[in-house]
Each structure stands twice: as C-alpha cells, then as structure tokens.
Design a protein around this ligand. Structure first.
Ligand code: NAD
Length: 443
C-alpha cells in the first residue's frame, strides 16, 4: 500500500516509519552572504600581492564540495531527512582541517566561506593544513541525545569519503561539542576496524583529546586581546569588555578577560543579554545558565538586546557568536576601541570600512580565534605519535604561536599600510600561493 502524498509526514499502514522532509538549502543574499564576503576580503588582500591570476583563481574556489541528504530515525519512529555538507577549500599546504556546524541556518555558501577562512587561518598560524568545513541543517536543541547520536553517526558515514587522519580532520564548531566528535571518531573507527583517534580533534581526553583544547579558542582570543590593549596603550586593569555569544568561545574568553583584570560589563547569547556596569562574574553566570537554562534572572543585572549590547561603550567588544553581527546597519553605533573577532566572519566588509574609518582596532577572526585550530593541531600531533603532553606545555605552545602570528600581522599591516584583516590575509595568501607555485600545477 502506498502513501498517496509522498511528502506526507503521516505513516502509511504498511511502513513502520513515516517520512517528513526537513531539507532546506536557502542561500542568504547581499551583505549577509558569507561566501561573497569571504571573496570580497580575498580580493582586497589580493590587490596588494603580485599573484598570477590562475593561482589566485585556484584559491578563489573550493577544491571539492560534498552535499548529502540522509535519513535519521527519530525517537517516535519517524524518519527525517537532513541535509549536510563538507567542503575542502585547499589542500596545497596539507590535509584539510575545519569544524562541523549543526545549525538551522547552515547553507552551502556559509560552509564554503568558513572553509576558505580556515585555509587562511591555518596558513597564518603556519600549521600544515588547508581549510575545510562541514555542516548539517539542524537545530540540535530540538533533538534528543539518541537522535543527535544517530544523526552524527549517519552524517559521519556520509562524509567519510572526504574524511581521514591524513586527508581531512573535523573539529567542533557551533552546535557541536566533544561528545559529537567522540561519536564521529567511533563511527570512523568502526568502519576501519581499529581506533583512529587522529580523525577528529576536540575529542574528550579519555579517547585521545588534548588537554587545553576546550578552552583553546577563548584562551587565544584573550591572548590577542591583551596584546591589542598593550599596543593601544590601554591598561587591562582599568579596561571594560563586552562579550557577544556565551558558548564555548565566548564563555572562556569572558572568564579569561576577567582573570586578566578587565571588567566584563555585558554578555549575551542568541536569546539576548544582560548588563551590569559594576561588572559581571562570567563563571557565576555560566553556573546560572547551566542551572536555569538562560541568563534571565542573574542577580543585579539588567536585560539588554543584542543590538544594544553591540553599541555599548567599552574598550573591547568580543564578538564570539556567529557571522554577520556587525554590518553596515549598526557599525557606526559600535563604540568599542578594539573588536576581538572570536567568531568567524562577525564583521561584514561594509562594516569593516566603517570601523576602519572610525579607527577601531580589529583583531581579525583568522588571527583572534586561531587558538582552537592551533590546539587541534597539537591534538592531532599527539594522536599520531600516541604521546601526550601536560596542559602547561600545550598552553605555552599556544601562547607562543598566537603571539608570533599577532606580531607578524602587525608587521605586515605596517609594511603594507593596510588594516589588520587585510594584513592577516595578505600573509596567509602569500604563504599558500608560494606553496602552490613550488609544488607546481599537476600534471
Ligand atoms: P557555541 O554554539 O558554543 O556558542 C555560540 C553562542 O553564540 C551561544 O551562546 C549562542 O546563544 C550565541 N549566539 C548565536 N547567535 C547569536 C546572536 N545572533 N546574537 C548573540 N548570540 C548569539 O559556538 P562556539 O563554538 O562558541 O562558536 C562561536 C563562534 O566562534 C562561531 O563563529 C565559530 O565558528 C567560532 N569558532 C569556534 C571555535 C571553537 O573552537 N569552538 C574555533 C574557532 C572559531
């Protein structure tokens, strides 16, 4: 017996499952198309470099893209179809590396942009990787833990064509975490017949994860923020910070900013934020969110919208949520002296121009949030040699690599007389095009 409407989500009597469709592939347009923004930034940097057109075009487009639709058995016996992607942007400097995002807003263009930014980030940090990214169009908060596990194991199987410890090594991003990485590692290992811990990073330490990885991105944000304060002659002990996004990156960056002496006056998540002029305690707020599920009701703090938060007077604005938060619509409202881009792509090219004209010191995403991929690299190296380092060694290596990259971006900005983002991309693109020319064009 067949179901009359193939799109119907109601069960047919002969089939134990019903099929409902949750496929979407809506692409954003205009200023908020992340790939268009990544290309605009690329062209800005390219204008300062003498690179052959064909070499530049090789870096303009992703190396390979996989788009998958796959079924997942839900707890109520429905089968839902999900859409996912994995994009490799460049393999010139080594295997590809990049996170996996679970979010209802995931699009192919977003994944392309994030993969491209990963290529620049790895080259800027001098890590032997190209860039990649993956994503599934899903709100993980709407799934049970069993559903999340089934979705992850199926997605991992679908992209296993693209994944491997020598070819492409995923990591967590928005909506994914160490547990999701553990399921991916286990799925891949089951297919191979033996454990392959180096296939993903950001895993729990019990199965080959690195000490310090969970905090690495936020720690890197804090390291670059401190350098930016020093360079701008601002004493951290009298400085204020505002943090947009209170997930992995934002919560650690907020805690470390407070430990470094800054007063964190406002923090937000997707549901809005809170402000307290006398300073918030990020650790106490994290406990409050853990217990109550939201920032609401945190003692002696007033509610604030994300728009209002971005316009607060402060020394450092840590943008640690998602892309396209500072745009042509609100950039002139930003009063921060320093914008630390903990998120990928939080500032559009149009907003960049406005902030640059105002003299705002931007720590660009590919530098500011590179702590995550840096410790991911250290995790991968530890996995490959099956020899693990203490957290002090990891943090020291992270700090040294971040400071070195920060200094080279500042030097490049001075030499080319360009804003920090252009400087960071100039350095990265030059390294990759040099490697491409040395390798030669196959065959
Ligand atoms: P997460 O899912 O742990 O946290 C995201 C946070 O942002 C949540 O608090 C969420 O509520 C908030 N948020 C989402 N949309 C928002 C909005 N419109 N306004 C305000 N808050 C909003 O994700 P994460 O891992 O912390 O990643 C955050 C950003 O950092 C992303 O751009 C990600 O690509 C980037 N990043 C993450 C890592 C990493 O290691 N996790 C590494 C490099 C870059």
């Amino acid at each position: 017996m067949s179901d009359k409407n193939p799109e119907s989500s109601t069960s047919s009597t002969s089939c134990p499952f019903s099929i409902s469709r949750s496929l979407t592939d809506s692409q954003t347009v205009g200023e908020e198309n992340a790939y268009a923004n990544a290309l605009a930034q690329f062209d800005n940097a390219l204008a300062h470099l003498k690179i052959k057109r064909g070499v530049a075009d090789t870096l303009r487009y992703p190396k390979r893209e996989l788009s998958v639709s796959f079924p997942v058995l839900m707890d109520n016996n429905d089968i839902k179809i999900f859409r996912g992607y994995r994009v490799h942007h460049s393999v010139v400097r080594g295997p590809t590396k990049g996170g996996i995002r679970y979010s209802p807003g995931v699009t192919l263009d977003e994944v392309r942009a994030l993969a491209m930014w990963m290529t620049w980030k790895c080259a800027l940090m001098n890590l032997p990787y190209g860039g990649a990214k993956g994503g599934v169009v899903v709100d993980p908060k709407l799934l049970s833990q069993r559903e999340l596990e089934r979705l992850t194991r199926r997605y991992a199987t679908e992209i296993s064509l693209m994944m491997g410890p020598e070819s492409d090594i995923p990591a967590p991003d928005v909506g994914t975490n160490a547990q999701v990485m553990a399921w991916i590692m286990d799925t891949y290992s089951m297919h191979r017949g033996f454990s392959v811990p180096a296939v993903v990073t950001g895993k729990p330490v019990e199965i080959g994860g690195s000490l310090g990885r969970t905090e690495a991105t936020g720690r890197g944000v804090a390291v670059t923020m401190l350098e930016a304060l020093r360079l701008n002659g601002i004493d951290p002990q009298s400085a204020t910070a505002v943090v947009q996004g209170f997930g992995n990156v934002g919560s650690v960056a907020a805690r470390m900013a407070q430990e470094m002496g800054l007063k964190v006056i406002a923090i937000s998540s997707s549901k809005g934020g809170i402000v307290r002029e006398s300073g918030l305690d990020p650790s106490a707020l994290a406990r409050h969110v853990e217990e109550s599920g939201s920032m609401l009701g945190f003692e002696n703090a007033d509610q604030i919208s994300n728009e209002e938060l971005l316009a607060l007077k402060c020394d450092v604005l840590i943008a640690a949520a998602v892309e396209n938060q500072i745009t042509s619509r609100n950039a002139d409202q930003v009063k921060a002296k320093i914008v630390a881009e903990g998120a990928n792509g939080p500032t559009t090219p149009e907003a960049d121009e406005i902030l640059n004209a105002k003299g705002v010191f931007i720590i660009p995403d590919i530098l500011c949030n590179a702590g995550g991929v840096t410790v991911s690299y250290l995790e991968w190296v530890q996995d490959l040699q099956s020899f693990f380092w203490p957290v002090e060694e990891i943090n020291r290596k992270l700090q040294n690599l971040m400071l070195k990259a920060f200094e080279s971006v500042m030097e490049c900005a001075r030499n080319y007389n360009v804003p920090n983002r252009e400087a960071a991309q100039i350095l990265a693109i030059k390294r990759i095009s040099d490697a491409l020319i040395i390798r030669g064009i196959y065959p």
